[in-house]
Ligand binder design. Structure first.
Ligand SMILES: Cc1cc2nc3c(=O)[nH]c(=O)nc-3n(C[C@H](O)[C@H](O)[C@H](O)COP(=O)(O)OP(=O)(O)OC[C@H]3O[C@@H](n4cnc5c(N)ncnc54)[C@H](O)[C@@H]3O)c2cc1C
Length: 692
């Protein structure tokens, strides 16, 4: 419902109420919020609309730096869909229609546009993730369907199988002849994969595995591609060897992956012994057909065991290069990080779309203004800058962090280096958890910042929010993933005190840990000059100091509590502390990568612009956690005040180049789609949409 007070107050010719007068005075003040020069980076902003002169060139230079070598690939995907109106996702459609469209979109991308995702994944993972992000821009359901087919089903064959599996399945997966599923989750177990109950018992007589769902809790649930399109599934099950346990009992060798045909390749009929039901209409992502699977003693050839980390011979003997069930389990899950990398990367894509719509609309939308003067853009309100500009800065920060993650992932695939594998595991867990949680919250803020028009489905926030929401849960629940980051930091911490070395990404802890052990410097705690606060060394030190402190204190608490509560109880007693530690660490990594990307930018003007955005990201984060810094006197009261003031000022400065910053994401109107977020004529597009 519209607010009647705002409407009458803003109407021309109305008598001004005292409240309105106050608001107008405030508006006037907001137009000149700081007693400093208004133009950042010597880029002249015009009065009124405040467009930066030469803004188009600024955006183009920035876009070129951001997109790097993937710009052309993504542009090709966008152009392909631009020329195919039959493949564009309408605002309203039924679940069945959306599933059908999503499959047609994927098939067209592969068969008509000639994209070969699995080949890309094998040859150039960075290019693969760029295509996946672009597909998610077309429709998030398409990005997820793409991820199920290639990152999950294809990834399981590539990473857990051996040559015989790749020879048999690679081409069919790549060209989409064989749509498939990744069937890990069960009704009773999602996060706790080690407790899955589906069994794969070896039958030495027939040389087969028998896949069985022992009870309702073991029904495979939520499996993408299962309800309609899948022909095969990679099923995660406990490998059971008869007579090989103690006293001739069956031996449970732990979780392994098996290829199970689920539908006839010709007729598409569900195969005997398999029951598939539809998980039904979801909150979002209804282009993806999630299903539930039950197996009734389904027989598959021994060769269908994905045997990279463990194998069974014809005579039923188990062999593995890895000595324990735990090591095999870790290696199996470790190979699946690609899905998580893709989710983190795609989540940044969703954030960019939401921020672009909200920022463009906030520049266009005018409400109230000083007496007898034109109304001002809502982005000129300090509150609006406070909502959107740190979010815009975060989009940039996450962009560089996920590019780094993808590069590390590519390096891992090339080298198989153990340290890099460990790094990527923790980094992908932390970034996936941190970024998807941030994006999920931000979409709601963007919706609110667009007022009532943000609520129109055509302006997309509802679909973005609903489709993206589950990014926080699948590919590892965020709370569970952050614990893996904390666990790794503690392991590294113990190693350090045993005289070991820290892995590369965490190297900073070695230095900041010794700094932590001394008290904060009372002199620097009072430094409040802008040069100091905008010095990347100060910013990084602050982030790292906080992480080191959290790590040190939680290690002591865990040690204390484990004496009485045991390891599990102590961990739970310190759980919130551990999650804060993990987030703090990931923020340090994000900032470090942002600072590095600013320094590496070859063009001076672009570098200055990025430095401004990076400063806002860093100081906003410090300000949001100022209580922690004040509590330990890392920051004195005068410095806290200076940080607050500077953060507001930087938000204002970023606002002056906000249009250029969102344009630099280089997202065509076809991808933005929301009429209120279009590059031009937004109101006209919106009115046309409703029929005027
Ligand atoms: C749309 C959709 C698509 C999916 N696609 C697939 C697919 O293709 N293949 C597949 O195998 N699976 C798929 N999944 C399943 C998904 O991976 C799981 O939902 C996810 O792993 C979480 O498991 P869960 O739902 O059992 O949650 P749970 O593990 O039961 O978690 C429930 C809550 O408990 C909390 N919690 C759990 N453990 C802990 C802990 N140790 N400490 C603190 N808190 C904890 C979590 O934070 C969460 O809030 C999909 C799910 C959805 C909704």
């Amino acid at each position: 419902m519209a607010s009647s007070s705002s409407r009458s107050g803003g109407g021309a010719g109305n008598e001004e109420s005292p409240a309105m007068r106050r608001l107008r005075r405030l508006s006037l003040h907001l137009l000149q919020p700081f007693d400093r020069p208004a133009e950042p980076l010597a880029l002249a902003a015009c009065a009124g609309a405040r467009r930066v002169e030469g803004g188009a060139e600024v955006s183009a230079a920035l876009a070129a730096y951001l997109r790097g070598r993937h710009r052309a690939t993504q542009a090709r995907v966008f152009e392909f869909f631009r020329d195919r109106p039959d493949l564009q996702t309408p605002v309203e459609q039924t679940t069945a229609a959306h599933r059908d469209l999503c499959f047609r979109q994927l098939r067209a991308l592969v068969r008509d546009a000639g994209v070969r995702p699995l080949s890309l994944m094998a040859a150039d993972p960075a290019e693969y993730f760029a295509v996946m992000e672009a597909a998610g821009g077309v429709d998030i359901s398409l990005g997820v369907k793409f991820g199920v087919q290639y990152s999950l089903w294809g990834g399981s064959i590539l990473n857990l199988g051996t040559k015989k599996h790749r020879d048999k399945f690679f081409d069919g997966i790549d060209n989409l002849d064989i749509p498939g599923c990744f069937a890990m989750t069960e009704l009773h177990h999602g996060s706790n994969v080690q407790a899955l109950q589906t069994t794969a018992a070896f039958d030495p007589v027939t040389d087969e595995f028998i896949i069985n769902t022992p009870n309702d809790g073991a029904i495979k649930w939520w499996i993408g591609n299962a309800a309609v399109h899948g022909k095969y599934a990679t099923v995660f099950a406990r490998l059971i060897l008869p007579l090989q346990g103690k006293g001739g009992t069956p031996a449970d060798m732990g979780i392994h992956a098996f290829i199970v045909p689920i539908r006839d390749l010709e007729t598409h009929a569900v195969l005997p012994g398999i029951e598939i039901n539809d998980c039904g209409h979801k909150i979002g992502l209804n282009g993806v057909d999630n299903g539930a699977l039950r197996f009734r003693s389904v027989r598959i050839p021994r060769d269908n065991l994905l045997n990279r980390f463990g194998d069974v011979s014809r005579d039923g003997k188990y062999t593995s290069s890895l000595p324990t069930i735990n090591k095999r389990f870790a290696a199996t899950l470790g190979e699946l990080v690609g899905g998580r990398v893709g989710i983190a990367y795609s989540s940044v894509g969703v954030l960019k779309v939401a921020v672009t719509i909200a920022t463009r609309y906030a520049l266009l939308r005018q409400q109230f203004g000083p007496p007898k003067q034109p109304e001002i853009s809502v982005l000129d309100y300090q509150s609006h800058q406070h909502k959107l500009m740190p979010m815009l800065a975060s989009s940039y920060a996450f962009h560089f962090a996920t590019i780094y993650l993808v590069d590390k992932y590519s390096e891992m695939k090339k080298t198989n280096d153990e340290d890099v594998i460990a790094d990527v595991h923790v980094l992908s867990s932390g970034l996936k958890a941190y970024i998807t949680s941030y994006t999920a919250k931000s979409i709601s803020t963007c919706r609110e910042s667009c007022g009532g028009h943000g609520y129109a489905a055509v302006n997309r926030f509802g679909a973005l929010r609903n489709d993206h929401d589950i990014f926080q849960t699948f590919e590892g629940d965020n709370t569970v993933l952050l614990q893996q980051v904390a666990g790794d930091l503690l392991k590294q911490y113990q190693e350090k005190f045993k005289g070991g070395t820290l892995s590369v990404t965490w190297n900073y802890l070695r230095d900041s840990m010794s700094t932590y052990l001394s008290q904060p410097n009372p002199v620097t705690a009072r430094w409040e000059g802008e040069d100091h606060l905008r010095d990347p060394n100060f910013q990084l030190d602050a982030f790292r100091y906080r992480t080191s402190r959290l790590l040190h204190s939680v290690a002591a608490r865990l040690q204390k509590h484990s004496k009485t509560l045991g390891g599990f109880g102590a961990w739970n007693r310190c759980l919130n502390h551990l999650l804060t530690l993990a987030e703090s660490h990931i923020e340090s990594v994000i900032l470090a990568k942002f600072i590095k990307s600013v320094k590496s930018c070859p063009d001076e003007k672009t570098r200055q612009l990025l430095k401004l955005v990076c400063d806002l990201y860093a100081l906003d984060r410090i300000w949001k956690d100022i209580g922690t810094y004040r509590n330990v006197d890392y920051v004195a009261p005068n410095k806290a005040k200076a940080i607050h003031k500077l953060t507001d000022y930087l938000s204002y400065q970023v606002r002056l180049v906000a249009r250029e910053l969102v344009d630099a994401f280089d997202l065509p109107d076809l991808i933005i789609r929301a009429p209120i977020g279009m590059q031009s004529e937004a109101y006209a597009q919106y009115t046309q949409h409703v029929g005027f």
